[in-house]
Write a protein that binds this ligand. Structure first.
Ligand code: HEC
Ligand code: HEC
Length: 321
């Protein structure tokens, strides 16, 4: 019997040591490195691309990379993402040291699609990756980053290095957070004459509304968005800029718990301006007003959302903790 307890004790001690060593390894590790594929693309900068890229970037990149002090894309502390650690979005101005001036178009495109930086370092989901957006739209974003717009002009302010939380480091270690594959084939623009197909593209592939509006970032199916649990039923809890939490809302056509009673006009106004029907207050961050979407685009999103199965799922608008 005594021997049995001795062996048991030894096993427990060994386990504690192994777990401890693993925890120390995680705590002090850097973000893992992955192999970088060389993408040979030189984006031709045209006025059309710059215009489209500015529009896309204003709704896709601005909220994280724009710094209101420098009035440029010099990055900021992402106070709304404390669970990930102390995360600073990068300086993505044209500065060749602090910014992205030295990166090739291929390196930028590879990073935005996969999350792997030119030096191989992986950037976890606190920077969303555009895995389905059409090649042409991505080229437009790149063209905009090369443009003469004042917000992307070289600024030497370095962005502090992010300090990832233990949770983030743990999740990258067990590969729950890992890079996306680079697309194997070219991704064409959608057929804009088919309202639902176009709306689906805008909703899922350009602005990725489902990532926030489904059950949880952790259970989303990024490869096949429609297979995400609680698809568009809301309930995903997220931080506001002051660190308080709110839930995303159900935007399926369910009449009681979703937006089934809204008219097309109600929807267009809400997404564009943040003002909801009969609402006393406007929609809160991180639901940004999609100011630069045209009414035709907003109507296409509405038409697509009407085809999404209605989900009865009540979300408390006032949720906070
Ligand atoms: C939700 C916040 C968020 C959004 C939205 C976002 N980014 Fe980022 N981005 C980050 C963070 C955080 C980092 C820095 C990661 C790190 O290295 O710690 C980053 C890093 C980068 C880098 C890497 C720079 C380098 O040092 O190699 C580039 C390029 C970039 N972002 C471009 C974009 C573009 C283009 C968009 C819009 C299509 C965008 N980002 C949207 C948060 C965001
Ligand atoms: C970064 C996460 C995020 C993204 C991306 C996002 N939303 Fe939201 N959305 C929210 C949050 C959070 C709320 C709730 C805001 C509140 O309660 O004040 C919300 C609210 C809404 C509402 C109001 C619903 C109601 O019942 O009042 C609509 C409509 C909506 N979003 C549509 C969209 C559309 C369309 C897109 C894509 C173009 C989108 N959202 C992208 C986070 C997001």
């Amino acid at each position: 019997m005594r021997k049995f307890f001795k062996v048991l004790l030894l096993i427990i001690v060994l386990l504690v040591v192994v777990v401890g060593v693993f925890a120390i390894f995680i705590k002090f590790r850097e973000m893992p490195k992955y192999k970088v594929e060389n993408i040979a693309i030189n984006v031709e900068v045209t006025p059309q691309r710059i215009e489209k890229g500015m529009k896309l970037a204003s709704m896709l990149c601005f909220s994280c990379h724009y710094n209101s002090e420098s009035q440029k894309f010099t990055g900021r502390l992402l106070s709304e993402a404390p669970q990930f650690g102390e995360i600073h979005s990068a300086n993505i101005t044209k500065d060749s040291i602090a910014g992205i001036g030295k990166l090739t178009d291929g390196q930028l495109i590879y990073f935005i699609r996969t999350g792997i930086k030119p030096d191989g370092e992986y950037v976890p989901p606190y920077m969303p990756k555009l895995i389905h957006i059409a090649d042409e739209d991505l080229y437009s974003i790149i063209a905009y980053l090369h443009s003469s717009d004042s917000r992307v002009q070289a600024d030497p302010t370095p962005s502090p290095k992010s300090q990832q939380s233990f949770l983030t480091k743990f999740l990258v270690t067990i590969k729950a957070f890992k890079p996306f594959d680079y697309p194997k084939e070219a991704i064409p623009l959608p057929d804009t004459t088919n309202q639902v197909a176009w709306g689906r593209y805008i909703t899922l592939y350009q602005y990725e509304c489902y990532t926030c509006h489904s059950k949880d970032f952790a259970t989303n199916n990024y490869g096949f968005p429609e297979k995400s649990p609680g698809y568009f039923g809301g309930g995903n809890k997220m931080y506001q800029l002051d660190g308080s939490k709110i839930s995303t809302l159900n935007i399926t056509s369910d009449k009681e718990t979703g937006i089934g009673v809204w008219t097309e006009d109600d929807f267009v106004k809400a997404v564009k301006t943040g003002i909801v029907p009969n609402g006393q207050s406007s929609l809160r961050y991180p639901m940004i007003p999609y100011l630069n979407l045209t009414d035709t685009e907003l109507k296409a999103i509405y038409a697509y959302l009407k085809t999404v199965p209605a989900l009865k799922h009540k979300v408390d608008r006032k949720f906070a903790d």
